[in-house]
Design a binder for this molecule. Structure first.
Ligand SMILES: Cc1cc2nc3c(=O)[nH]c(=O)nc-3n(C[C@H](O)[C@H](O)[C@H](O)COP(=O)(O)O)c2cc1C
Length: 228
Protein backbone atom coordinates (compact mmCIF):
# COMPACT_ATOMS: atom_id res chain seq x y z
CA UNK A 1 0.00 0.00 0.00
CA UNK A 2 1.36 3.43 -0.95
CA UNK A 3 1.00 6.50 1.26
CA UNK A 4 -1.65 7.88 -1.12
CA UNK A 5 -3.59 4.63 -0.81
CA UNK A 6 -3.18 4.90 2.96
CA UNK A 7 -4.66 8.41 2.83
CA UNK A 8 -7.68 7.05 0.98
CA UNK A 9 -8.28 4.00 3.14
CA UNK A 10 -7.61 5.54 6.59
CA UNK A 11 -10.46 6.27 8.98
CA UNK A 12 -10.36 6.86 12.72
CA UNK A 13 -10.86 3.58 14.57
CA UNK A 14 -11.80 3.57 18.25
CA UNK A 15 -12.43 -0.12 18.94
CA UNK A 16 -9.55 -2.57 18.82
CA UNK A 17 -9.06 -6.32 19.05
CA UNK A 18 -6.55 -7.87 21.45
CA UNK A 19 -4.31 -9.04 18.58
CA UNK A 20 -0.72 -8.20 19.49
CA UNK A 21 1.41 -6.11 17.13
CA UNK A 22 4.27 -8.31 15.84
CA UNK A 23 7.75 -7.30 17.00
CA UNK A 24 9.03 -6.51 13.49
CA UNK A 25 6.18 -4.03 12.98
CA UNK A 26 6.92 -2.43 16.35
CA UNK A 27 10.57 -2.13 15.29
CA UNK A 28 9.56 -0.48 11.99
CA UNK A 29 7.31 1.98 13.82
CA UNK A 30 10.02 2.71 16.39
CA UNK A 31 12.58 3.57 13.74
CA UNK A 32 10.04 5.92 12.10
CA UNK A 33 9.44 7.50 15.53
CA UNK A 34 13.19 8.05 15.82
CA UNK A 35 13.32 9.65 12.38
CA UNK A 36 10.35 11.94 13.17
CA UNK A 37 11.88 12.94 16.50
CA UNK A 38 15.16 13.81 14.79
CA UNK A 39 13.67 15.73 11.85
CA UNK A 40 10.89 17.36 13.85
CA UNK A 41 12.82 17.96 17.10
CA UNK A 42 10.16 15.99 18.98
CA UNK A 43 10.01 13.41 21.78
CA UNK A 44 7.28 11.07 20.48
CA UNK A 45 7.17 7.72 22.31
CA UNK A 46 5.54 4.47 21.23
CA UNK A 47 3.88 2.80 24.22
CA UNK A 48 2.82 -0.85 23.89
CA UNK A 49 0.80 -3.20 26.11
CA UNK A 50 -0.41 -0.36 28.34
CA UNK A 51 -4.19 -0.51 28.96
CA UNK A 52 -4.60 2.29 31.53
CA UNK A 53 -4.47 5.38 29.29
CA UNK A 54 -7.72 4.47 27.55
CA UNK A 55 -9.70 2.99 30.43
CA UNK A 56 -12.87 4.59 31.65
CA UNK A 57 -13.24 7.84 29.74
CA UNK A 58 -16.25 8.29 27.50
CA UNK A 59 -16.48 12.05 26.98
CA UNK A 60 -15.90 12.27 23.24
CA UNK A 61 -15.58 9.13 21.15
CA UNK A 62 -15.71 5.85 23.02
CA UNK A 63 -12.56 3.80 22.89
CA UNK A 64 -12.16 0.13 23.69
CA UNK A 65 -9.29 -2.31 23.56
CA UNK A 66 -6.59 0.39 23.22
CA UNK A 67 -3.33 -0.91 24.64
CA UNK A 68 -0.88 0.68 22.19
CA UNK A 69 -0.44 4.36 21.44
CA UNK A 70 1.97 7.08 20.45
CA UNK A 71 2.44 9.70 23.17
CA UNK A 72 2.89 12.90 21.18
CA UNK A 73 5.43 14.90 23.19
CA UNK A 74 7.78 17.75 22.39
CA UNK A 75 9.60 20.73 23.86
CA UNK A 76 7.26 23.69 24.29
CA UNK A 77 7.43 26.06 21.30
CA UNK A 78 5.05 28.14 19.20
CA UNK A 79 5.20 25.69 16.32
CA UNK A 80 5.12 22.51 18.45
CA UNK A 81 1.49 21.64 17.71
CA UNK A 82 1.92 21.96 13.94
CA UNK A 83 5.03 19.74 14.01
CA UNK A 84 3.16 17.20 16.16
CA UNK A 85 0.50 17.07 13.45
CA UNK A 86 2.92 16.90 10.53
CA UNK A 87 5.10 14.13 11.97
CA UNK A 88 2.35 12.29 13.83
CA UNK A 89 0.41 11.86 10.61
CA UNK A 90 3.50 10.24 9.04
CA UNK A 91 3.22 7.62 11.79
CA UNK A 92 -0.52 7.26 11.17
CA UNK A 93 -0.04 6.69 7.44
CA UNK A 94 2.87 4.28 7.95
CA UNK A 95 0.74 2.33 10.45
CA UNK A 96 -2.06 2.17 7.84
CA UNK A 97 0.33 0.72 5.23
CA UNK A 98 1.34 -1.92 7.81
CA UNK A 99 -2.27 -3.04 8.26
CA UNK A 100 -2.86 -1.20 11.54
CA UNK A 101 -5.57 1.28 12.48
CA UNK A 102 -5.23 4.54 14.40
CA UNK A 103 -7.10 7.45 15.95
CA UNK A 104 -5.75 10.85 16.96
CA UNK A 105 -6.91 11.58 20.50
CA UNK A 106 -6.89 15.06 21.97
CA UNK A 107 -9.14 14.63 24.95
CA UNK A 108 -10.24 11.18 25.94
CA UNK A 109 -7.21 9.64 27.60
CA UNK A 110 -5.76 9.37 31.08
CA UNK A 111 -2.24 10.45 31.95
CA UNK A 112 -0.18 7.40 32.85
CA UNK A 113 2.97 8.99 34.19
CA UNK A 114 5.20 5.90 34.27
CA UNK A 115 4.34 4.80 30.71
CA UNK A 116 6.23 7.63 28.93
CA UNK A 117 8.43 10.51 29.96
CA UNK A 118 7.54 14.18 29.64
CA UNK A 119 10.60 16.36 30.36
CA UNK A 120 10.48 19.57 32.34
CA UNK A 121 10.11 21.90 29.37
CA UNK A 122 8.04 19.43 27.36
CA UNK A 123 4.34 19.01 26.72
CA UNK A 124 2.17 15.98 26.00
CA UNK A 125 0.03 17.41 23.17
CA UNK A 126 -2.17 14.41 22.41
CA UNK A 127 -2.11 10.66 21.78
CA UNK A 128 -2.54 8.47 18.72
CA UNK A 129 -4.28 5.18 19.50
CA UNK A 130 -2.86 2.24 17.54
CA UNK A 131 -3.80 -1.39 16.94
CA UNK A 132 -5.86 -3.83 14.91
CA UNK A 133 -9.36 -2.42 14.63
CA UNK A 134 -12.56 -4.33 15.21
CA UNK A 135 -13.91 -2.31 12.27
CA UNK A 136 -12.30 -0.30 9.45
CA UNK A 137 -13.99 3.00 10.46
CA UNK A 138 -16.26 4.91 8.13
CA UNK A 139 -16.38 7.69 5.54
CA UNK A 140 -17.36 10.99 7.11
CA UNK A 141 -18.73 13.92 5.12
CA UNK A 142 -16.01 16.32 4.06
CA UNK A 143 -15.93 19.95 2.92
CA UNK A 144 -15.46 20.65 -0.79
CA UNK A 145 -12.23 21.86 -2.43
CA UNK A 146 -13.82 25.27 -2.96
CA UNK A 147 -14.65 25.61 0.73
CA UNK A 148 -11.03 25.13 1.79
CA UNK A 149 -9.01 26.54 -1.12
CA UNK A 150 -8.92 28.77 -4.18
CA UNK A 151 -8.78 25.71 -6.47
CA UNK A 152 -10.27 26.64 -9.85
CA UNK A 153 -9.93 25.91 -13.56
CA UNK A 154 -6.80 28.07 -13.60
CA UNK A 155 -4.92 26.41 -10.71
CA UNK A 156 -2.55 23.51 -11.52
CA UNK A 157 -3.62 19.87 -11.43
CA UNK A 158 -1.13 19.12 -8.63
CA UNK A 159 -2.78 21.86 -6.50
CA UNK A 160 -6.17 20.14 -6.91
CA UNK A 161 -4.56 16.81 -5.95
CA UNK A 162 -3.00 18.39 -2.87
CA UNK A 163 -6.31 19.86 -1.73
CA UNK A 164 -8.09 16.52 -2.38
CA UNK A 165 -5.55 14.71 -0.15
CA UNK A 166 -5.86 17.42 2.55
CA UNK A 167 -9.65 16.99 2.56
CA UNK A 168 -9.13 13.36 3.65
CA UNK A 169 -6.97 14.40 6.60
CA UNK A 170 -8.24 13.68 10.10
CA UNK A 171 -9.09 16.83 12.09
CA UNK A 172 -10.48 17.23 15.61
CA UNK A 173 -14.28 16.69 15.48
CA UNK A 174 -13.87 16.68 11.69
CA UNK A 175 -13.75 20.49 11.83
CA UNK A 176 -11.48 21.01 8.77
CA UNK A 177 -10.58 24.61 9.67
CA UNK A 178 -7.64 24.69 7.27
CA UNK A 179 -7.28 26.46 3.94
CA UNK A 180 -4.85 26.41 1.04
CA UNK A 181 -4.19 29.25 -1.37
CA UNK A 182 -2.37 28.90 -4.67
CA UNK A 183 -0.30 32.08 -5.10
CA UNK A 184 1.26 31.40 -8.51
CA UNK A 185 4.94 31.86 -9.26
CA UNK A 186 6.18 35.04 -7.66
CA UNK A 187 9.45 36.29 -9.14
CA UNK A 188 11.59 33.15 -8.80
CA UNK A 189 9.40 30.92 -10.99
CA UNK A 190 8.63 28.52 -8.13
CA UNK A 191 4.95 27.83 -7.44
CA UNK A 192 3.95 29.03 -3.98
CA UNK A 193 1.14 27.77 -1.76
CA UNK A 194 -0.02 29.42 1.43
CA UNK A 195 -1.62 27.30 4.16
CA UNK A 196 -3.56 28.69 7.09
CA UNK A 197 -6.16 27.88 9.70
CA UNK A 198 -9.46 29.33 10.80
CA UNK A 199 -10.84 29.92 14.28
CA UNK A 200 -12.32 27.12 16.35
CA UNK A 201 -13.73 27.07 19.87
CA UNK A 202 -12.69 23.41 20.08
CA UNK A 203 -9.02 24.19 19.43
CA UNK A 204 -6.52 21.70 17.94
CA UNK A 205 -6.38 23.73 14.70
CA UNK A 206 -2.56 23.87 14.76
CA UNK A 207 -2.25 20.08 14.99
CA UNK A 208 -4.94 19.78 12.32
CA UNK A 209 -3.01 22.15 10.05
CA UNK A 210 0.21 20.13 10.39
CA UNK A 211 -1.72 16.97 9.46
CA UNK A 212 -3.42 18.65 6.49
CA UNK A 213 -0.11 20.08 5.22
CA UNK A 214 1.44 16.62 5.20
CA UNK A 215 -1.52 15.28 3.22
CA UNK A 216 -1.28 18.24 0.83
CA UNK A 217 2.44 17.58 0.20
CA UNK A 218 1.78 13.89 -0.48
CA UNK A 219 -1.11 14.66 -2.82
CA UNK A 220 0.52 17.56 -4.66
CA UNK A 221 4.07 16.24 -4.82
CA UNK A 222 6.60 18.22 -2.80
CA UNK A 223 8.69 18.84 -5.91
CA UNK A 224 5.93 20.96 -7.47
CA UNK A 225 5.76 23.85 -5.00
CA UNK A 226 7.10 25.63 -1.96
CA UNK A 227 5.20 26.80 1.11
CA UNK A 228 4.83 30.58 1.20
C1 LIG B 1 -6.00 16.67 16.76
C2 LIG B 1 -7.12 15.65 16.79
C3 LIG B 1 -7.72 15.33 17.99
C4 LIG B 1 -8.74 14.35 18.03
N1 LIG B 1 -9.28 14.01 19.25
C5 LIG B 1 -10.20 13.02 19.33
C6 LIG B 1 -10.71 12.60 20.60
O1 LIG B 1 -10.35 13.14 21.65
N2 LIG B 1 -11.61 11.57 20.61
C7 LIG B 1 -12.01 10.95 19.45
O2 LIG B 1 -12.82 10.03 19.54
N3 LIG B 1 -11.54 11.33 18.23
C8 LIG B 1 -10.65 12.34 18.14
N4 LIG B 1 -10.13 12.72 16.91
C9 LIG B 1 -10.55 12.03 15.67
C10 LIG B 1 -11.50 12.89 14.83
O3 LIG B 1 -12.78 12.92 15.43
C11 LIG B 1 -11.57 12.34 13.39
O4 LIG B 1 -10.30 12.42 12.83
C12 LIG B 1 -12.56 13.10 12.53
O5 LIG B 1 -13.86 12.94 13.01
C13 LIG B 1 -12.48 12.67 11.06
O6 LIG B 1 -12.73 11.30 10.94
P1 LIG B 1 -11.69 10.33 10.23
O7 LIG B 1 -10.41 10.42 11.02
O8 LIG B 1 -12.30 8.97 10.32
O9 LIG B 1 -11.48 10.79 8.83
C14 LIG B 1 -9.14 13.71 16.83
C15 LIG B 1 -8.53 14.06 15.63
C16 LIG B 1 -7.52 15.00 15.59
C17 LIG B 1 -6.84 15.31 14.30
Amino acid sequence: MTLLEAIESRHSVRKYTDKAIPQEIIDTLKSKVEECNKLGNLHIQLVTNEPKAFKGKMAYGSFSGVTNYFAMIGTKADDLAERIGYYGEQLVLLAQTLGLNTCWVGLTYNNVKDAYSVGENEKLCCMIALGYGNEPGRNLKRKTARQVSNASDSTPKWFHNGVAAALLAPTAVNQQKFHFEYLGTIGDGIHKVKAGRGFSLIGYTKIDLGIAKLHFELGAGKENFEWA
